[in-house]
Design a protein around this ligand. Structure first.
Ligand code: ADP
Ligand code: MG
Length: 279
């Protein structure tokens, strides 16, 4: 367990945008100037993020930072139109430039910022699991605040069981899952949010408007990798059920539970047998 935590801390040092010395912060500090050479891990996460940006046609965008920072969920203030508009011009994943041969990443516009907040936590979970497996541990559950992965079973003959929290009734589950050696990630509008004039403002933003997505209340993704589950939970949340399920169907081994804006629980088709338990 200690080695697994150390691995998470190592990745945090590479990818946290809150640490000025991280590789991700170095990319931001050199925006508009030059590409920065990064580790294979950071490159892998950024390339995967770009893959999901293209697949979601921009609903997922790791250059959301300048707009995300305008939101203060503790004080509960909605940013004004002009400042929002000004900063939206700084958000565009197509302006991330990668040179694979030299493992270097750059931002085309000097005012751009990189924020891996919607994908790096999942990657860290995957890596922590690999550390455990590498030390001969086959039965584990690694949970990073809603992004989790399980291996083996909880006890002899007892499978891991994951409850998906109801987005409006915290003590209730909308369903229970029994994943087998796979990842489960949930993005919801009920963790980081404030209410103002009857509206809920939360931390999953539509990159084209800078406003919280109104398409869903929560999205849970079951996938082989926690990195994919993490990113897809955010992307599908922004897209909503129609486009979200269409995206899910393009992936193999990926399944989704969407609680839509009205609170209806919707399941993607073809769930594997035995994974989805009745509530
Ligand atoms: P959580 O971190 O609560 O599990 P997410 O995985 O959905 O939730 O990540 C939310 C974080 O991702 C935000 O804090 C912000 O940094 C970033 N973010 C918000 N909206 C988007 C978006 N549309 N695309 C990519 N990243 C986003
Ligand atoms: Mg996510």
């Amino acid at each position: 367990m200690e080695a697994a935590f150390q691995e998470v801390e190592r990745l945090n040092r590479l990818m946290s945008h809150y640490r000025p010395d991280s590789e991700v912060s170095q990319i931001t500090q050199n925006a508009g100037k030059k590409k920065v050479r990064v580790s294979p891990e950071t490159l892998e996460v950024i390339e995967r993020a770009l893959y999901f940006s293209r697949l979601s046609e921009g609903a997922f965008d790791i250059t959301i930072g300048p707009v995300f920072r305008l939101w203060n969920f503790r004080e509960g203030k909605v940013p004004g139109e002009p400042v929002l508009k000004e900063n939206l011009a700084r958000v565009d994943y197509r302006k991330i430039k990668i040179d694979r041969a030299s493992s270097a990443v750059g931002l085309e516009d000097p005012r751009m910022e990189l924020d891996l907040g919607a994908i790096a936590k999942g990657y860290a979970v995957d890596r922590a699991c690999e550390v455990l497996k590498g030390r001969g541990i086959g039965n584990f559950l690694v949970n990073a605040g809603g992004d989790l992965k399980v291996g083996g079973e909880k006890g002899k003959g007892f499978p891991w069981t994951i409850g998906i929290q109801h987005p409006r009734l915290p003590s209730q589950f909308i369903s229970k899952l029994r994943p087998k050696d796979s990842a489960v990630a949930t993005s919801g509008d009920y963790e980081k949010f404030f209410l103002k004039d009857g509206e809920r403002y939360h931390h999953i933003l539509v990159p084209s408007t800078g406003m919280p997505s109104r398409e869903s209340q929560s999205v849970t993704i079951l996938a082989p990798s926690a990195m994919d589950a993490d990113a897809l939970a955010t992307a599908v949340f922004v897209l909503g059920p129609k486009k979200g399920f269409a995206l899910i169907e393009k992936m193999t081994g990926v399944h989704a539970i969407i609680v839509d804006r009205r609170g209806s629980v919707l399941l993607s088709p073809n769930w594997p047998a035995g994974v989805l338990l009745p509530p």
